[in-house]
Design a protein around this ligand. Structure first.
Ligand SMILES: [Fe+2]
Length: 282
């Protein structure tokens, strides 16, 4: 029987619930095409009641492009290294009580790299009894709603990115000593064009962007803060409250995300994650 997709918007800005597909099984090309059509219009897709192991999650991620190995080796899945654990449970089974604070500043994953990823997938395996959501904001809407003079001002500007060097850089996982100095500063255009939809989007974030190549000190800082404050206004945000079995797929190029950081520090939170490279924006 052919699978029949249904969709339901989850808010005004972004977030689209998709039902009618079992992501743990191979997906027919025509069904995947339909998923992608929706995805290029709405950069956060939510699938409920799924049950994927690391192998099936990797297979799903590969449909969007080659998979990335996590920069932090300890987070890689033991059988499938392209899948990583996003967990606050340590190897000895105890809970990392500062885990709830990690990645709670707005960011897009891997913008400190020369070739940042395109698509990320998270799959909830264990969730706290309350809180622990993930917030997403829409960087296409953010760009399109900037005042004309700001759009003119940022045209042609280049963002400076370095691991955790931005104003929200303290709220992420610190690099291990052996990784320090291995990640040089990289540059990305502040306005990029989405390769599939052709729409322009803002490409800066709180954790890794710390300035502009073309603007010095205070002028750059004020502009960057203004762009980030604008992009994360409530009307551009979707707050995803996780249920066990949820799969959320988001476009790293067209969104920022952050952890809500609002669950009890001693509760377990375990997710599986893949990150895919795809078409690169201009
Ligand atoms: Fe992240």
């Amino acid at each position: 029987m052919a699978e029949q997709l249904q969709t339901r918007p989850l808010g005004g800005a972004l977030g689209l619930e998709v039902t009618g597909v079992d992501l743990s099984r191979p997906i027919a090309d025509e069904v995947f095409d339909e998923i992608k059509e929706n995805f290029w219009r709405n950069p956060v897709l939510v699938f409920r009641d799924q049950d994927l192991d690391a192998h099936s999650l990797a297979a799903l991620g590969r449909r969007f492009g080659p998979l990335q190995l996590h920069v932090l080796v300890d987070y890689r899945h033991e059988e499938v290294p392209e899948v990583s654990w996003l967990t606050n449970v340590k190897k000895d089974g105890s809970v990392d009580e500062v885990g709830y604070k990690r990645a709670t500043s707005w960011h897009s994953d891997g913008t400190f790299e020369e070739h940042p990823p395109a698509v990320a997938i998270l799959h909830a395996k264990e969730i706290p009894s309350r809180g622990g959501g993930t917030l997403f904001c829409n960087m296409i809407q953010a760009y399109e709603t900037l005042p004309d003079e700001t759009r003119e001002r940022i045209r042609g500007l280049t963002g400076r990115h370095l691991y955790a060097a931005g104003r929200g850089g303290n709220e992420t996982v610190p690099l291990k000593d052996y990784q320090k100095g291995t990640l040089p500063e990289v540059h990305h255009p502040v306005v990029r064009t989405h390769p599939e939809s052709g729409r322009k989007m803002l490409y800066v974030n709180d954790i890794h962007t710390f300035g502009f190549v073309e603007l010095d000190g205070e002028e750059g800082e004020t502009l960057l803060n203004g762009l980030l404050d604008h992009a994360t206004r409530d009307e551009f945000v979707y707050h995803h409250r996780w249920s066990h079995g949820d799969v959320v797929i988001w476009d790293e190029r067209a969104t920022m995300h952050r952890g809500a950081g609002d669950y009890a520090p001693t509760e377990r939170r375990i997710m599986l994650r893949t990150i895919s490279f795809g078409e690169r924006p201009e």
